[in-house]
Design a protein around this ligand. Structure first.
Ligand SMILES: *[C@@H]1O[C@H](CO)[C@@H](O)[C@H](O)[C@H]1NC(C)=O
Ligand SMILES: *[C@@H]1O[C@H](CO)[C@@H](O)[C@H](O)[C@H]1NC(C)=O
Ligand SMILES: *[C@@H]1O[C@H](CO)[C@@H](O)[C@H](O)[C@H]1NC(C)=O
Ligand SMILES: *[C@@H]1O[C@H](CO)[C@@H](O)[C@H](O)[C@H]1NC(C)=O
Length: 246
């Protein structure tokens, strides 16, 4: 009698919390309509450069369909217009179309990170960009209320959470993340390089000298006009040459 009651009193408090915990587990509902990334950035009001790049590189489209099918979700670092304007003038235009795609994809992590899961992530984190040297990575260091992203070229503090709801996290940045593979090899580096032997790098000159891609858009109106006249002249001479042969 008395010992049995005693035992019951001992067991009850042990059993009940487990039962409550099981009952409190919420089953995840079906995923709603696909997220509108453009809408999220539009609402932010200060991401017109990023929106333009997402459109021009077609990465925006890619992310939209990825969001619809990904089990891991996505994290987007969104540099503000001010961040882009802090780049050295002309930086974007000196990149080839392919490099612009890489730059945009460098701001995408192929899984959803909340501020909390950033703290548990182990560096380096893969981005969605890759080049000849493989996948480009970032390192993220964070405390409960601050997240820093470093690229090996620069370190950027996450300034604002625009969206954080699986499958999509969007974090605002006051600086553009500069991937080492695109910006790390330039000579005027901030940190002194201890033992750099002078290397003769084979230069891929033709890629820079052709007037293709975004650089072409920079040509001044008069320059473009002169070029057009030039080509017209050459075409005309060529045509006359052909006529003479006939
Ligand atoms: C996303 O939002 C933008 C405006 O914020 C709108 O123009 C566009 O039609 C929306 N796209 C979809 C698929 O709802
Ligand atoms: C999302 O995926 C479903 C099937 O997985 C497909 O039927 C639908 O068209 C997709 N929607 C968009 C906007 O890509
Ligand atoms: C982030 O970087 C700033 C300086 O850039 C530093 O003061 C801060 O401690 C860093 N925070 C974390 C969590 O790494
Ligand atoms: C990133 O972190 C890894 C592992 O902690 C380290 O080996 C690497 O040097 C770091 N890279 C940068 C660019 O900070």
């Amino acid at each position: 009698m008395a010992p049995a009651h005693f035992l019951l009193l001992l067991l009850l408090p042990l059993a009940s919390p487990t039962l409550f915990a099981v009952a409190a587990t919420v089953a995840p509902g079906p995923t709603p309509a696909p997220l509108n990334l453009t809408g999220i950035l539009d609402k932010g009001g200060q991401y017109t450069t990023l929106l333009r790049l997402l459109k021009e590189t077609q990465v925006g489209q890619q992310l939209t369909s990825q969001l619809n099918s990904s089990f891991d979700g996505l994290t987007l670092f969104a540099p503000t217009d001010n961040a882009f304007s802090q780049l050295k003038p002309g930086t974007l235009n000196t990149l080839t179309a392919q490099q612009q795609v890489e730059l945009v994809l460098y701001h995408v992590l192929p899984r959803f990170y909340s501020l909390t899961t950033f703290q548990m992530a182990s560096n380096p984190l893969r981005t969605q960009a890759s080049g000849n040297n493989g996948v480009y990575t970032v390192n993220v260091t964070s405390t409960s209320n601050q997240v820093n992203v470093s690229t090996g070229v620069n370190q950027v503090v996450v300034s604002n959470v625009l969206h954080s709801d699986f499958p999509l996290a969007v974090y605002s940045l006051d600086n553009v993340l500069l991937p080492f593979d695109l910006f790390g090899v330039k000579p005027p580096a901030a940190a002194p390089a201890p033992d750099v032997a002078p290397k003769k790098k084979p230069k891929k000159a033709p890629a820079d000298s052709t007037a293709s891609g975004p650089a072409a858009a920079d040509a001044t109106a008069s320059g473009a006009g002169l070029k057009r006249i030039g080509w017209g002249f050459i075409a005309g001479v060529g045509f006359m040459g052909i006529m003479n042969l006939l």
